[in-house]
Design a protein around this ligand. Structure first.
Ligand code: G3P
Ligand code: CA
Length: 383
């Protein structure tokens, strides 16, 4: 089984308006769904919260308004955006600045000469990059499915949506919030922040400015901020009060640590000492799922680590990533059949992660996560 070809290695009470009554309840889940939890654990959200990863990217091309809308309609508690800048400094929603795999840029002859090779966070990449396009130019492109071999059905929507700006998402969220009578939570990631700062395109000030302009900059605002680079979270901490989450890849060293000569690795950050350091400037961690339950050599789930307990002891919430339906992404013990693109026992796998005590989970399939949460909460309530 293969993993998605991604390109990185990788409690404080806020009492925001509760988003209860959504999620699994809306999908016909058990009455135990969307449980009210101590406010500090959930930031006013159900615990565990379901975070629509790049929207509902299991069903729509990622980071499009169509993907975000479906995530919300399915009942996701939170909708995720990854941010990169354009040449003229606008923040747009893409998982990486290389837009070769997720847009139709290669089919635009007027941009053929923009194809280039760059080194981003130490990795040489060849393609087209957002920082070489103005927003007006980028808006002539259309989004497409990243992994059509696995998610062929999603190609139905290739070409349907533009690359959204983060400002458009803020406007969309406000409109959806008014319609639903509750705030729409966002989970916003700065991508390659050290790299972009080196280009004079610092992300954090631009992001903070947009949040401030839309009244989402306070500790009680319905926004989580996240980054794989702790220094980006620290910088954001000096700009806005929103709760912040340090992302932890399965292994390796944050790129800003590498640049600064800080020898610490992820293995250091998941220790009680490392978590206490994170708790000095963030409210949560977003670990790769394998840091919660490692997989053995055969790809089966092994013995859970102490990360959930240790992070909670440090006062941090946990939002691990990424739960997905397809066999290719599932632990071996939850796969069904041999087709990598077929769905396995995702409900069972997601529920197993919930049973570890995580506070939320990023999922490409928010409907599956909501049903798994209902199963988990129902069983817990039944004792
Ligand atoms: O941000 C949580 C999760 O999305 C991190 O992984 O690579 O999908 O941004 P990635
Ligand atoms: Ca992300």
């Amino acid at each position: 089984m293969t993993r998605e070809r991604d390109r990185h290695p990788g409690r404080r009470a806020l009492l925001g308006a509760a988003a209860l009554g959504t999620g699994a309840a809306a999908l016909g889940g058990t009455g135990a769904a969307a449980a009210a939890e101590p406010a500090g654990r959930g930031h006013g959200l159900p615990v565990p919260a379901v975070i629509g990863h790049r929207g509902a990217s299991g069903y729509r091309p990622e980071h499009t308004l169509g993907s975000y809308q479906l995530a919300l309609d399915l009942g996701a508690d939170v909708v995720e955006q990854d941010l990169v800048p354009t040449r003229d400094g606008h923040l747009v929603c893409r998982h990486e600045n290389d837009i070769t795999a997720t847009t139709d840029v290669a089919a635009h002859p007027e941009f053929a000469a923009r194809k280039t090779t760059k080194t981003v966070d130490g990795t040489a990449l060849t393609g087209w990059f957002t920082e070489d396009f103005t927003l007006a130019e980028l808006k002539t492109l259309r989004a497409k499915e990243r992994i059509p071999g696995t998610r062929q059905r999603n190609t139905l929507y290739d070409g349907r949506w533009e690359v959204p700006t983060f400002e458009e998402v803020l406007v969309w969220a406000e409109r959806q919030g008014r319609r639903r009578g509750r705030p729409v939570w966002l989970h916003v990631e700065t991508k390659h922040p050290t790299y972009f700062r080196g280009l004079g395109l610092g992300l954090e000030e631009r992001l903070a400015g947009l949040l401030r302009a839309h009244g989402r900059h306070r500790a009680g605002s319905p926004v989580f901020l996240q980054s794989f680079e702790p220094s980006s979270i620290q910088r954001l901490g000096g700009l806005v009060g929103c709760p912040k989450v340090v992302l932890l890849p399965a292994a390796g060293r944050p790129w800003d640590f590498t640049v600064a000569g800080d020898p610490r690795t992820v293995a250091d950050l998941v220790t009680p000492r490392g978590l206490a350091w994170i708790a000095g400037f963030a409210q949560g961690v977003g670990p790769d799922l394998s840091l919660v339950i490692p997989r053995d050599a055969a790809g089966r789930l092994g013995t859970p680590t102490t990360l959930v307990r240790d992070a909670h002891a440090a006062g941090l919430v946990l939002h691990p990533y990424t739960a997905r339906n397809e066999n290719t992404f599932l632990p071996a013990d939850f796969r069904r059949g041999t087709d990598p693109a077929a769905y396995g026992d995702a409900l069972g796998a997601f529920r197993t992660y919930f049973e570890q005590g995580v506070d939320g989970i990023f999922s490409d399939n928010p409907d599956t996560a909501l049903l798994a949460r209902a199963d988990f909460l129902g069983a817990r309530a039944a004792g």
